[in-house]
Design a binder for this molecule. Structure first.
Ligand SMILES: Nc1nc2c(ncn2[C@@H]2O[C@H](COP(=O)(O)OP(=O)(O)OP(=O)(O)O)[C@@H](O)[C@H]2O)c(=O)[nH]1
Ligand SMILES: [Mg+2]
Length: 357
């Protein structure tokens, strides 16, 4: 399961644009037909117009279906995002309608071509072509709401965070304004990406750092894990549940500084709730904004400051360590895709065996 590059979902043309493209291409194709005999020329031209109009439409519609991620291939987290953003059922239904329209278009073209083959007059060829165009236009007209839906959905999906399920992922949580985004920026190599969750108007940050050739992704959770779960709607809960499968570790920030928006006791309650929800994954609790804390009072636990960099490298190493500890269940097993010495021999053996059968 590779990551979904939401940004690369192609533009969806308007229904009329799809028709214009198809019929325009078809006319160009007709102009290329050369035959001195008018009867044969027109017959070939009409035939070719129907064929290429149908080809363009089928190819365009199928390319949408093909380039939109298949819901079944998505991670639970991505599926939860799609569900909240545009609705999984709608997503499936509307892509299905495109597939249906592509099939109908091909069927209409086939029928028109068989008819042209049977006909014996130039006028009939023209009529058959016009009739096919009319039917194709009406099919596209029928799925016009679905095409428009996909165009709008694409604009929403493009902004979703793309997380690679094959690389480790660190989820950063905590009450509003505790410094989640600042921490991700401070730990990131390069500028973090900005994406959005469909549950909140706030922008989320996606960053990563590389350690021993592994990319550790970090994602923050504005509006997701920052208020009591009782206030959640079912679709948010679904995303929160999916977070558990996504993250290899969770960093929970507690802002104990005087200027904090949320009382520490409330932040602690939230932490207890998050612990319960994300019970399967290691959680590291850190005090944020240590530059604003009184060092004598706040001596216990780890502290970080995105501002001064205090504690950041320690946190990074802690994360790398707990993620590695979590991953290596069998100390003798090799990492996935690790080149094995016995691989060439093994594959020769297999192909020999298959040749005998
Ligand atoms: N002094 C100090 N200020 C910080 C630190 N980290 C974050 N801040 C400030 O705290 C405010 C909130 O930081 P953000 O990183 O946006 O917090 P957040 O948790 O992402 O906030 P939401 O996304 O709104 O929930 C900003 O004004 C930051 O500049 C820090 O380590 N030290
Ligand atoms: Mg933020």
């Amino acid at each position: 399961m590779a990551s979904v590059e939401w940004r690369s979902i192609p533009t969806v043309l308007y229904p009329q644009e799809i028709l214009d493209k198809a019929f325009g291409r078809a006319s160009n194709q007709a102009d290329l037909v050369e035959d001195p005999d008018k009867y044969h020329r027109v017959r070939k031209q009409m035939n070719r117009m129907v064929q290429s109009a149908s080809d363009v439409i089928t190819k365009t519609l199928n390319s949408y279906v093909g380039r939109w991620p298949s819901l079944n291939a998505l991670t639970e987290f991505d599926r939860a995002l799609v569900d909240a953003a545009v609705g999984c059922d709608e997503y499936r239904k509307n892509l299905g309608a495109l597939q249906w329209a592509a099939e109908q278009t091909q069927r209409i073209a086939g029928e028109a071509q068989r008819k042209i083959l049977r006909l014996r007059d130039i006028d009939g060829f023209h009529k058959a072509r016009r009739h096919a165009y009319g039917r194709i236009s009406s099919i596209i007209g029928q799925i016009s709401p679905q095409i428009l839906w996909l165009g709008e959905a694409r604009d929403i999906l493009r902004k979703l965070p793309s997380i690679d399920p094959l690389e480790p992922c660190i989820v950063v949580a905590g009450s509003p304004n505790v410094g989640k985004s600042a921490l991700i920026s401070a730990l990131s190599s390069g500028e973090p990406q900005v994406a959005s969750y469909p549950f909140t108007t706030k922008q989320l940050h996606l960053g990563h750092f590389v350690h021993r050739r592994r990319a550790y992704q970090m994602v923050d959770t504005p509006g997701l894990l920052d208020r009591p779960m009782i206030e959640r709607n079912p679709i948010e809960m679904q995303a929160i549940a999916a977070l558990e499968h996504l993250g290899d570790a969770l960093v929970f920030l507690v802002d104990r500084s005087k200027g904090s928006n949320t009382p520490v006791s409330e932040q602690q309650n939230l932490l207890a709730e998050v612990r319960e929800l994300i019970s399967e994954r290691p959680i590291i609790v850190v005090s944020s904004k240590s530059d604003l804390l009184d060092s004598t009072v706040e001596g216990n636990g780890s502290r970080i400051s995105a501002e001064t960099g205090e504690g950041l490298e320690e946190l990074r190493m802690d994360l790398i360590e707990i993620i590695a500890a979590d991953e290596i269940l069998d100390p003798l097993s090799l990492p996935e895709n690790w080149p094995r010495d016995d691989e060439p021999l093994g594959s020769v053996g297999r192909s020999d065996a298959s040749r005998q059968t």
